[in-house]
Design a protein around this ligand. Structure first.
Ligand SMILES: Cc1ncc(COP(=O)(O)O)c(C=O)c1O
Length: 379
C-alpha cells in the first residue's frame, strides 16, 4: 500500500510485468512468446506494458485492432506486432502495411483487401491466416480453408503477401481435462499441413493463450500468445501450477469519511444492508462509473487500516461504503480495493469470484475517473 494516497488511482508495477514475462518466456521455450496488450494492456496501459514486456523478452506483441498496433508503433516499438480484429472494409490495411504490422486474414475477402492495399503501396504485406478450429468466433471455417490457402498462394506468387503464420484460438484451455483442446490442436495441425501442401507459409504456428501456455505444453507450438498471465493473473484458477506470477495492478483510493452508524440503520441505496450492530462505516470515492462492478455490492472486500473490510450495501456510481467495525480512521487513509495480495489486500481474482466474473473483466474495466500511475520503470 502506498502511503499518502491522495486520489483514486490504478498503480501498475512494471517490474512485475517484466518478471512475469521473463518467467513465461522461459516456461514456453523453445516456443517464442507474444505478450497480448490489447484493450489498453488489459487496463494496465498498453504502451508502458509493451515496453516492459519487450524488456522482459517478449518476442512479439499482440493486439486486437490495427489502431492498437499503430499506437505501439507511434510509441516507438519496432519489433514484431500481430493484430487480428479489424473493420470489414479493410480501411486501415494501408496504415498497417506502412507501419509494418502483421495483420490477420479470416477470409478470402479480407486477404483480397490486404493484397489490394499491398499492391497500392507497392509492398509485400505480412499476413497471418487464422483458422477456426472450434471456438466458432473469429477465423476461417474449415470448409473454406482450402480456398483461403489457395488465395494466399496466388497473392504470394503475385508478390503481394508473405504468410508469416497460421494460427487459431482455444476455447476451453482453462479446463485441464477438456477434450476440445486436443481436437483444436489436431485441427490446426491439419490446417497447417494443407497450407504447407499448397506451398503457403505456414510461418509460425500458434494456438496457446495463457491457459494453453501454462496447462497444455503440447499447444505451445512455435509461439504462445499470452495476455492475462503477463499481468500476473491466473487464467485457470485452481488449475494453474504455481509458477510465481505477480499481479501488476493495484487499485487504491483515499478514504473520504468515516462515521458511526447505529444498529438498525440501512446503508446505501435500497437499504440492502442494515447495520446488525452499532458500527462505523467508511466512504470510498469510486463506483461503477469507474469500473467498480455493482455486482461487488455486499460481496467484495477492501483493505483499510491493516484489515479487510466488507463492502456494505450497494456500490453507487461514484462511491461505496465499507464496514469499519468500530474503527474511525482519518480521511485520506488508503483503501486498497485489490492488489498483488502480499500485504493482505484482496486480489483481482478474489474480486472476480465475489462478482461472479473473471479477473480479465475486473482489470480491463477499471478506469473511469481513476488516474493511472506506472512504477518500476526500468532506467
Ligand atoms: C486471439 C487472442 N490470443 C491470445 C489472447 C490472450 O488470452 P489470455 O489473456 O487468456 O492469455 C487473446 C485474448 O483474449 C486473444 O484474443
Amino acid at each position: 500500500m502506498e502511503p499518502g494516497v491522495t486520489a483514486a488511482e490504478i498503480v501498475v508495477d512494471l517490474e512485475a510485468v517484466r518478471h512475469n514475462v521473463r518467467l513465461l518466456r522461459e516456461l514456453v521455450a523453445p516456443a517464442a512468446l507474444m505478450v497480448v496488450v490489447k484493450a489498453d494492456g488489459y487496463g494496465h496501459g498498453a504502451v508502458p506494458v509493451a515496453r516492459a514486456a519487450r524488456q522482459g523478452g517478449a518476442d512479439w506483441l499482440g493486439a486486437a485492432t490495427i489502431a492498437e498496433g499503430l499506437e505501439l508503433r507511434a510509441a516507438g516499438d519496432t519489433g514484431p506486432i500481430l493484430t487480428w480484429l479489424d473493420l470489414p472494409g479493410g480501411e486501415r490495411y494501408a496504415e498497417a502495411l506502412a507501419a509494418d504490422l502483421d495483420v490477420t486474414a479470416y477470409s478470402e475477402r479480407e486477404l483480397a483487401l490486404v493484397a489490394a492495399a499491398a499492391a497500392e503501396a507497392g509492398r509485400v504485406a505480412r499476413v497471418q491466416l487464422k483458422v477456426d478450429t472450434g471456438l466458432s468466433r473469429g477465423g476461417c471455417v474449415r470448409e473454406d480453408w482450402p480456398g483461403l490457402v489457395a488465395a494466399a498462394r496466388a497473392a504470394q506468387d503475385a508478390g503481394r503477401v508473405e504468410v508469416t503464420g497460421v494460427w487459431s484460438h482455444l476455447a476451453c484451455a482453462d479446463e485441464p481435462a477438456h477434450p476440445a483442446t486436443e481436437v483444436q490442436r489436431e485441427r490446426l495441425a491439419d490446417a497447417v499441413a494443407q497450407a504447407d501442401a499448397a506451398g503457403v507459409g505456414p510461418g509460425l504456428r500458434h494456438l496457446a493463450n495463457s491457459a494453453g501456455a501454462l496447462l497444455w505444453p503440447d499447444v505451445r507450438l512455435d509461439l504462445a500468445r499470452v495476455g492475462l498471465a503477463s499481468y500476473g493473473l491466473d487464467p485457470a484458477p485452481g488449475h494453474t501450477p504455481a509458477v510465481g506470477l505477480v499481479p501488476a495492478m493495484t487499485v487504491q483510493a483515499p478514504l473520504v469519511l468515516a462515521k458511526r452508524v447505529a444498529a438498525g440503520e440501512g446503508v446505501s441505496y435500497g437499504h440492502t444492508w442494515v447495520a446488525d450492530r452499532d458500527t462505523t462505516v467508511g466512504l470510498v470515492p469510486v463506483g461503477y462509473a469507474d469500473g467498480v462492478p455493482r455486482h461487488a455490492s455486499g460481496r467484495a472486500e477492501v483493505w483499510v487500516a491493516g484489515r479487510r473490510r466488507p463492502i456494505r450495501g450497494r456500490v453507487c456510481m461514484d462511491q461505496f461504503v465499507v464496514d469499519l467495525d468500530g474503527d474511525l480512521p482519518d480521511p485520506g487513509e488508503p483503501v486498497v480495493l485489490f492488489g498483488p495480495g502480499t500485504r493482505g489486500e484482496p486480489t483481482a481474482q478474489e474480486w472476480a469470484e465475489a462478482c461472479g466474473t473473471i479477473s480479465y473483466e475486473i482489470v480491463s474495466r477499471i478506469g473511469g475517473r481513476l488516474g493511472r500511475r506506472h512504477v518500476g520503470e526500468e532506467d
